[in-house]
Design a protein around this ligand. Structure first.
Ligand code: IPD
Ligand code: CA
Ligand code: CA
Length: 258
């Protein structure tokens, strides 16, 4: 039942992305000038809420644009109605709807759908991860120096020790390819599918990673915080990898050299 609702919800949200894409829509800034929200973000969120609340009116919802809609339920839906809003607003088809489902504080299911590539990533705890219903698994590269990585940068630059630019510089100075797609949820799913060997980012929100981190784990990968501890989407930092390069990436994030 939850799985059914999850699929219907990501599809309903994605239908709004498709409807507005490259058309006319309002765009406004949030906390910083380039932290955008569009009419499509709100439309996607509304469509997703409708499906979830029709099917599970008692469930807790946490969504980027609305915030928390708390209930006493032990089931929480964590929603990013568009992950990759800057891409979306510029007509770049690298964006998606991301929804994770948490039960008693543990992520049990996640779906990420990019309608422009017709790619639906899904995972259920203990049951593996899929892309368009076919099983996916992480890559098997074991050397960070020959890995293909992806990262993202926060809207407000973090000027901290071992911050985004320092890590990026170390990797780039070693000629390691580091991509920047602009959608953390897709960064995670593409790592799960073996397109990237690893992903790291310093500051994410729960809705950016809720679905994607489970998808990486279920595809056989490893996800931790920046200290190497068990990942928790309510804290900012993330390292997600195929497992084999994890310690190398972790040591770099802690200030180590390459
Ligand atoms: C953003 C994207 C981006 C990441 C930012 C997120 P949004 O989400 O996931 O890749 O670097 O930290 O905020 O604003 O497009 O939903
Ligand atoms: Ca996001
Ligand atoms: Ca968003």
């Amino acid at each position: 039942m939850i799985k059914n609702t999850l699929f219907k919800a990501v599809e309903a949200g994605a239908a709004e992305l498709t409807r507005y894409f490259n058309g006319k829509f309002t765009i406004s800034s949030k906390a910083t000038i380039n932290d955008l929200v569009t009419e499509a973000d709100h439309a996607s969120e509304k469509a997703i809420f409708k499906i979830i609340q029709e099917n599970h009116p008692d469930h807790f919802i946490l969504s980027e644009e609305t915030g928390a809609v708390p209930t006493n339920s032990n089931i929480k839906w964590i929603i990013d109605p568009i992950d990759g809003t800057i891409n979306f607003a510029n007509g770049i088809p690298i964006c998606c709807v991301s929804i994770g489902v948490e039960e008693n504080g543990e992520m049990i299911m996640g779906a990420v759908y990019n309608p422009f590539m017709n790619e639906l990533f899904f995972a259920e705890k203990g049951k593996g991860a899929t892309l368009n219903e076919k099983p996916i698994k992480v890559s098997d590269k074991d050397n960070l120096l020959t890995s293909c990585l992806v990262t993202g940068f926060p809207y407000q630059y973090l000027d901290s020790e071992n911050g985004p630019l320092q890590i990026f510089e170390k990797l780039i100075r070693k000629s390691i390819p580091v991509r920047r797609l602009g959608s953390a949820a897709l960064d995670l799913c593409w790592t799960a599918a073996g397109r990237f060997d690893g992903f790291y980012e310093h500051k994410l929100q729960a809705w950016d990673s809720a679905a994607g981190f489970l998808i990486v784990q279920e595809a056989g990968g490893k996800v931790t915080d920046l200290k190497g501890e068990k990942y928790n989407p309510y804290q900012p930092g993330i390292i997600a990898s195929n497992g084999k390069i994890h310690d190398q990436l972790l040591s770099l994030m802690k200030g180590g050299s390459l």
